[in-house]
Design a protein around this ligand. Structure first.
Ligand SMILES: [Mg+2]
Length: 258
């Protein structure tokens, strides 16, 4: 299955905004009767902004301003961008925000749902585990935590820093209903989200096993390619890895937009 570049970089979003699973579109962003998406691993925001372009929420030209001090498109989700529900920043913060929204929806008798995408390294924050306990205490089966299990926290393997495994067992022990899938498998993602709610009265957790740099073999799983700059030759090489040798007129902008 072919996919836009941003999906190939971070595939978790394919079942997210503008899909049949989440009721989020450009016309209902201020409608209380909508679903909610929180991106807690904020450095993934380029993928979310790429999704927003596809949804018609954002002009593609603004993607060129990423990290610019003259635009609000920077390192973390920013509520000045339509579609962003809440800022990220301190890791472990948004799961609790998502709980508040999910709890409010329950109190109102709404059937809308809340998704919070988290990093695996983020799970070193104790607030994440407190959030799981609270979600289960209040039977928030309208809440889904999606864990991007790419085995890295910044530039270190998670298991070398503070080991997380066995992650499935840990979430289960904390009372959640858990599915562990290949985060790059569209069919597996669809099947997982189609099974929502996983179990009545329980927090839903999707552990999505992913490979950092997926689709770019020369940089897959490379710790030194986290938060780095690529020169023009490297960019061209990466674009060829993505698109094949037949595309010869590639620019750095292609890497951003498609
Ligand atoms: Mg990670």
């Amino acid at each position: 299955m072919s996919a836009p570049l941003y999906q190939r970089l971070i595939l978790l979003f394919t079942c997210m905004p503008n899909s049949e699973f989440l009721n989020i579109n450009k016309d209902n962003l201020n409608d209380p009767d909508r679903d909610y998406l929180f991106l807690s691993k904020g450095h993934d925001v380029p993928a979310l902004y790429g999704t927003f372009v596809e949804m018609g929420l954002l002009d593609a030209d603004r993607l060129k301003n990423h990290l610019s001090v003259n635009d609000n498109i920077y390192w973390h989700p920013n509520t000045k961008i339509p579609g962003i529900e809440f800022h990220s920043g301190s890791l472990g913060h948004l799961p609790s925000v998502a709980i508040g929204v999910a709890m409010d929806l329950k109190i109102k008798g709404s059937t809308n749902k809340v998704v919070c995408i988290m990093g695996d390294g983020e799970l070193n924050e104790g607030t994440c585990w407190e959030a799981v306990l609270v979600a289960n205490a209040y039977k928030l089966d309208n809440l889904i935590f999606v864990i991007d299990r790419n085995q890295f926290q910044a530039n270190m393997p998670t298991e070398d820093l503070i080991p997380l495994e066995p992650l499935h067992d840990k979430f289960t022990a904390f009372g959640a209903a858990v599915k562990r899938i290949n985060g790059h498998d569209f069919k597996a993602l669809d099947e997982a989200f189609s099974a929502y709610p996983f179990q009545t009265g329980k927090l839903n957790v999707v552990i999505a096993d992913t490979i950092r740099g997926k689709g770019l073999p020369s940089i897959e799983r490379r710790a030194d390619r986290w938060f780095c700059n690529f020169n023009a030759a490297e960019v061209n090489g990466l674009l060829k890895e993505l698109h094949g040798e037949h595309l010869t007129q590639l620019t750095s902008e292609t890497l951003v937009v498609r």
